[in-house]
Design a protein around this ligand. Sequence first.
Ligand SMILES: [Cu+2]
Length: 163
Amino acid sequence: MRFNAMALVASAIVLAACGGGDAGTTDTTTAAPAAGAAGGAGAGTATAMPITGTTHEVKMILDGNSYRFDPANITVKQGDGIRFTTLSGMPHNFGFDPAKIPDDVEPQLRANMPAGSMDLESPYQNTVGETHTLSLGGIKPGTYPFHCQPHLALGMTGVLTVQ
Ligand SMILES: [Cu+2]
């Protein structure tokens, strides 16, 4: 069930990415409504919701031998945003494991991912100072683990709490 929905949304994201024309080097603050062309595909889709509160900063760094998010544990309010900035040790990205995201949160989180994202994975950030921003608009309160895909095996993970 969820697998089918994911495939549908992934297709929508690819279509949206083709229309975007932005390679992702600039701050893509809010994803374009990836589900806009879906025309009511039913449960499992959502429309991106913007940041209406505070935008918090998270750095992505290589600190000695350790790749990490700084801070790795971040608490925000629904409607806030998080701007991820690459400072060293790139490439980095931020993403979520679908198995760790509740089914009733996953569609909105997917819709809010930056333009050009793979499924629940932001585009890779390859240069110093590059940013991508995630909106927590419409994200239900809860605790959501996140990770950097290139450095997942090296323990580059964090926990996002939405209040
Ligand atoms: Cu990383």
